[in-house]
Design a protein around this ligand. Structure first.
Ligand code: GLN
Length: 283
């Protein structure tokens, strides 16, 4: 590949840059910009088959909803994104020889449409469950974590799946999530309340505004341990979900390069150490 590609597309040869660029963490800028101006070399591949487009040259641009601890949240002091997913995508970018930058926080239900539309972010990483419906709009990396749902209510609450399935019960969830889908399918009589913010939803359960919340199990566990000690997980729901990194269908080689990085990270213990850092053990 030569430098003749469109400046807008900034095509990079996936394999060629790996290991060559100075690496930078998410939110930081690259310390070296040697030859990253939309260029690539063909050191490891003479074919353009593995090239992919990036919104910003030399950088993996990430979009997320940053209110989903421990997966992604804003550090209180610095305002920088932190969490399991942030560490994962940072390590992925590093292996691809790219810097990694987060766009400002976005609502969860805008993430898949934003990747589908293109031009703003290369990937959405937000504990996004791979679903058939989403696969109609975007592609996903190979799964990087297994997950389930949880029903959260006040400690000592006598609510069950059965008692919640009643119009008098307000069951809150984050809009556009698989928790929302689960309520629709399994508590069809309950009054479902989709909101944007998980912390606001849990606070509403705490104050009695809502009878329960349905949310990803690891998030329920983390939030209850760290901030909502008066709430309880009243039921774990084995949905068998898997999280993936959302990539545009127009960028299949980006997906391939991300999968390669994830595979390396699974093989060399990086994933295990990120899991242990955030969950105390591997999941
Ligand atoms: N895993 C859930 C989903 O994909 C929730 C993700 C989230 O709220 N960030 O819908």
């Amino acid at each position: 590949m030569k430098n003749s590609m469109s400046r807008r597309q900034f095509i990079l040869a996936a394999g060629a840059l790996a290991g060559s660029a100075a690496l930078a963490g998410c939110g930081e800028s690259s310390t070296s910009s040697s030859s990253s101006q939309g260029t690539s070399s063909s050191a490891s591949s003479s074919s353009s088959d593995d090239s992919y487009a990036l919104v910003k040259d030399g950088t993996l641009t990430v979009v997320a909803e940053l209110g989903f601890a421990p997966f992604e949240y804003m550090d209180d002091k610095t305002g920088d994104p932190e969490g399991f997913d942030v560490d994962v995508i940072n390590a992925v970018a590093e292996r691809m020889g790219l810097a990694c930058e987060y766009l400002p926080n976005q609502k969860f239900d805008t993430l898949v449409p934003l990747i589908k539309q293109g031009g703003k972010a290369d990937v959405a990483v937000a504990a996004i469950t791979i679903t058939d419906e989403r696969l109609q709009s975007v592609d996903f990396s190979e799964p990087y974590l297994d997950s389930n749902q949880a029903i959260v209510a006040l400690k000592g609450s006598t609510e069950t799946e059965e008692t919640l399935n009643d119009a008098s019960k307000q069951v809150v969830c984050q809009g556009g999530t698989t928790g929302n889908d689960w309520i629709q399918e399994n508590l069809p009589n309950a009054t479902r309340v989709p909101v944007d913010d998980v912390t606001a939803a849990l606070t509403g359960v705490q104050t009695g505004l809502y009878s329960a919340m349905v949310v990803d199990l690891p998030v329920a566990k983390y939030m209850l341990t760290n901030s909502f000690s008066d709430l309880d997980i009243i039921e774990e729901i084995a949905t068998g979900e898997q999280y993936g990194i959302a990539v545009s269908k127009d960028n299949p080689n980006l997906r391939k390069a991300i999968n390669k990085a994830l595979e390396e990270m699974k093989g060399d213990g990086t994933m295990d150490s990120i899991e242990t850092k955030w969950f105390g053990s591997t999941i």
